[in-house]
Design a protein around this ligand. Sequence first.
Ligand SMILES: *Cc1c(COP(=O)(O)O)cnc(C)c1O
Length: 463
Amino acid sequence: MRYISTRGGIDPLGFQDAVMMGLARDGGLLLPEQLPRVDGAVLARWQALSYQQLAHEIFSLFIDDIPGPDLEDLIECSYASFSHPQVTPVRKQGDIHILELFHGPTLAFKDVALQLLGNLFAYVLARTGGFMNILGATSGDTGSAAIAGVRGKNNINIFILHPQGRTSPIQALQMTTVLDANVFNIAVRGTFDDAQSLVKALFNDLSFRDAYRLGAVNSINWARVLAQVVYYVYACLRLRRQGSASIDFSVPTGNFGDIFAGFVARNLLPPGCIHTLILATNANDLLTRFVTRGDYSRGEVIATSSPSMDIQIASNFERYLYYLRDQDGARVRQDIEGFAATGRLDLSACTERVAADFRSRSVSEEETIATISDFYHQHNYLLDPHTAVGVRAAQDFRDPGRPVVCLATAHPAKFGEAVARAIGSEPPLPPTLADLANKESRCMVVDADIAAIRECIIKNALR
Ligand SMILES: *Cc1c(COP(=O)(O)O)cnc(C)c1O
């Protein structure tokens, strides 16, 4: 399988090069040249597979430059860190199925992709003899999952900037208590936006970027999307075994990464297996406006109890746009340039096509908290606020004739404050989180100043 850019400006690449490139050189996002599809016979053969075996089958459709046994090792290694034998188990609660994606080391779904990406980076670097310095900014979940993905690995250093005192205390400790020599946490005296723009400025300094081989771990890397395709198919196969040939998914969405993986899975499986993808947003309703009215226009970011979805530009949206524009890279470039200039993109002519793929609803703060409370009292099961957004949307759109699977993207204890607002007390901390406060931690505190951050990286980077 070769990879191309959504903007049509690069020569096709193999999978390993696509992983190392991250963002396409022409500014677009990388996609496989064709989306593969399997038939019913293949699906029948996949029924009995473990999560890891299924991942191997699916990855093999997209990767032809890693030998089979190596790929198997990479998968084994990546999911050995998960605490549940099924990796992403499905649990039925009343008439809703919860797909639990939070059994990885940092208790959020980003581990599913970042455990694999860390191992892929190490694998490619070991073979090419190269090195990389990963640089990223985080408001919480991504930083800890990225650090957990590459801690202790050869040829990789990782620098994660977070806004000092503005993540939750648990999220900060999940990063700063990782003491491996290749991990550098930088608390920036400023906001998340300050940290993010410092990182962008360093990536835009091309001589610095090339000299230090800066690598990114944000959700634009194709390997992250690919890793996430697996659990959609895994859930489909589990429900098929129970007699459901067609199911819906509800996905709490921020950057369009996770739900785009659902779109790839929907195209991979025989028609009808995945009936509807429900795109659930919090008060930041950019993507809901897009699905319902074709209005993709930037608003103000609103802080909610589901902070990992508080975004006003969906970095993976361009991948879906590419299909909406019939794989016309020039058209996509024109759209994205127009959006960058005006903050708006009118896609109202496409709403019928979009409606065939997604339904969408924005869920308010009050509804989110009420959903956590109601679900807890009905099923004695705690939802984290992100998951609650997806469950609330699913309750509206569910068809009595088809099961709906809601993606549970974080463990409720990671967002204890919101859970306490719903049920009156914080959930008990699982052991991995309870231990954090007693652990040694390490972190540099630096002004939100480009020269200071650059110096801090130069002092500690691989070269
Ligand atoms: C990142 C994140 C999301 C949103 O995922 P996208 O791929 O950005 O749509 C939802 N829930 C949690 C807990 C997250 O960390």
